[in-house]
Design a protein around this ligand. Structure first.
Ligand SMILES: Nc1ncnc2c1ncn2[C@@H]1O[C@H](COP(=O)(O)OP(=O)(O)OP(=O)(O)O)[C@@H](O)[C@H]1O
Ligand SMILES: [Mg+2]
Length: 282
């Protein structure tokens, strides 16, 4: 386990179970929207904690980061499904050789909105090949709101979800993760939206345990009181990256008087927050 990260295994276990739940007799579970503000550790949690727990429960995870593929949201989803299919076939000796490889590559290149292979067809193929429940994890999901083909994307995903959750296949859960709660809410609380009534859950923020872990690391400046650091962490909106960078800078300074530490940390954090605001504000 990577000790450069604070892990949240119980939260990941709980969420993974919820995502994989098979609700017998009810409408097909569609998945979940997960929201937490910018820089609070969503992507780290998904990659380092949630994904391993989903694997442990037998899921095949398809991870789509919508920030990739030059902002083309539909393409980012197609490419992530295509990569998962290629990976599945690469483990199959009968699909090896130039012909097999060519067929898979050609199939994957045709996945997409308005293309020959719909999300449904591609995910059905992935389900048949893997015989596993598929969890499509969509990070930066708030970007869907700005996509010109937003309705087609969401309708395509819903069609795939409904087909894959029929008894013919092994199931599909879609997890939308994003920083803008309002944007995610629009996708699941507006009546005409394909994912209307899908639950929207606030991803819990990193808390006091994270601060204790951080203060106990060998590289942490000694004599910092976790309660005082936690107060600063709250002030900066529970953003771990900002705090870690300020702690590292403090460590480098090697201040002689321990009573100055918390004040210096507050200054370094204020400077970090200024840099971040001017970066994002343009
Ligand atoms: N569990 C953790 N343990 C240690 N450091 C963490 C943890 N989670 C996040 N961080 C630190 O915080 C930074 C920001 O985390 P991350 O990118 O996961 O946040 P995010 O919410 O996905 O951000 P964005 O809103 O920009 O997508 C990371 O680069 C990492 O340094
Ligand atoms: Mg992120």
């Amino acid at each position: 386990m990577d000790d450069a990260l604070f892990h949240r295994k119980p939260l990941a276990e709980q969420l993974a179970k919820r995502i994989m739940l098979k609700a017998i007799g009810s409408a097909a579970p569609s998945g979940i929207f997960l929201a937490a503000s910018y820089g609070t550790g969503k992507s780290t949690f998904i990659a380092e904690d949630l994904l391993p727990q989903l694997h442990a429960l037998g899921a095949l995870v398809v991870h789509a980061d919508l920030q990739g593929d030059a902002g083309d949201v539909g393409l980012a989803i197609s490419n992530s499904i295509g990569s998962a299919l290629q990976h599945q076939y690469s483990r199959d000796p009968s699909a090896q050789g130039p012909k097999g490889g060519e067929w898979v590559n050609s199939f994957c290149s045709k996945i997409g909105l308005g293309k020959e292979i719909t999300y449904t067809t591609a995910l059905v193929a992935l389900s048949a090949k893997s015989r596993k429940m598929i969890v499509l994890l969509i990070d930066e999901a708030q970007l869907i709101i700005q996509a010109a083909d937003r309705m087609a994307i969401m309708a395509g995903l819903k069609a795939a979800r409904d087909e894959l959750n029929s008894s013919k296949h092994c199931g599909l859960r879609i997890v939308f993760v994003g920083a803008s709660r309002a944007d995610l809410a629009e996708l699941c609380t507006t009546r005409h939206e394909p994912f209307f009534a899908t639950p929207l859950v606030d991803l819990p923020l990193l808390g006091h345990e994270f601060i204790q872990w951080l203060c106990n690391r060998p590289s942490a400046p000694g004599d910092l009181q976790p309660d005082e650091v936690f107060d600063l962490f709250r002030l900066i909106g529970h953003r771990p990256g900002l705090l870690r960078r300020a702690m590292e800078a403090l460590h480098e300074e090697r201040l002689p008087h321990s009573e100055q530490l918390i004040h210096r940390l507050a200054d370094l954090l204020a400077a970090q927050a200024d840099i971040t605001n001017s970066d994002s504000g343009g």
